[in-house]
Write a protein that binds this ligand. Structure first.
Ligand code: PMT
Length: 221
């Protein structure tokens, strides 16, 4: 049995992209592979946590000891997280959730007509912010924020706006950090504004450094 403060804690992790249907054969999505979220889920299970992994469509094996629930759209992910997170201790949002979805998805295949077409989009619910707003005092809300312009302030704003305990600012450089690759460069930012830059690490090691920081939040040292 692990002596980690995370042992027996219930942790819900989101991972991967969401897909937002345009019609029956097309969707909007992004390049998330799920690797970061799966690494977090795997590392948490190894520390003895009871982990539910709410996963968008990805090509990854389910980590040993983790309960995986597959979802497709942001609305599916939102409903599933609401169902699972009421009694969790920690919610970690590593998914790249589509901010918008087509307002009127079409059942069949949209036919080509004019040279241009317009697609109206509507905002998706913010799953992490929704959890943070409704949570009980003992429940921790942890986020990620991938920014393409090297701006930590945007991650800090998300931490504040979503009322999080910790956010992992995710550098995106197009080759060694961010979507799809096996390595990542994170800066952990806590509520009081303390920034802890981590070096370029494997996603497994980055996940463990994030969990170390969450353990510190729990134990207070
Ligand atoms: O999957 P990989 O290929 O390994 O890539 C990992 C990753 C880059 C996707 C991951 O490390 C990461 O940074 N995930 C967050 C991506 C992002 O930019 O999120 P955001 O800034 O749109 O959202 C901030 C936070 O709110 C995230 O925790 C996100 O999960 C959450 N969110 C966002 C929108 C929404 N509708 N619901 C949410 O819960």
């Amino acid at each position: 049995i692990s002596d980690s403060p995370l042992a027996r804690k219930k942790i819900v992790v989101t991972a991967g992209p969401t897909r937002e249907n345009i019609d029956g054969v097309r969707f909007l999505s992004n390049y998330s592979s799920g690797k970061m979220g799966y690494a977090v889920a795997c590392a948490a299970a190894r520390r003895g946590a009871r982990v539910s992994l709410v996963s968008g469509p990805v090509q990854l094996e389910t980590p040993v000891g983790v309960e995986r629930i597959d979802v497709t759209t942001a609305l599916d992910m939102d409903q599933t997280v609401r169902r699972l997170s009421g009694d969790c201790d920690i919610f970690i949002g590593a998914a790249a959730v589509a901010d918008y979805r087509p307002t009127h998805p079409v059942a069949g295949k949209i036919k080509k007509h004019a040279e241009t077409m317009q697609l109206e989009l509507v905002r998706n619910p913010d799953i992490l912010a929704g959890f943070a707003q409704q949570r009980q005092p003992h429940q921790l809300a942890i986020g990620f924020a991938l920014e393409t312009d090297g701006n930590h302030d945007l991650a800090m704003q998300k931490l504040r706006a979503k009322q999080l305990d910790l956010i992992a600012y995710n550098t995106f450089d197009g080759h060694s950090s961010g979507f799809e690759v096996d390595t990542n460069r994170l800066t952990l930012i806590s509520r009081d504004g303390t920034q802890t830059p981590l070096p370029l690490l494997s996603k497994r090691d980055a996940a463990n450094r994030l969990l170390d920081a969450i353990e510190h939040l729990i134990t207070g040292n």
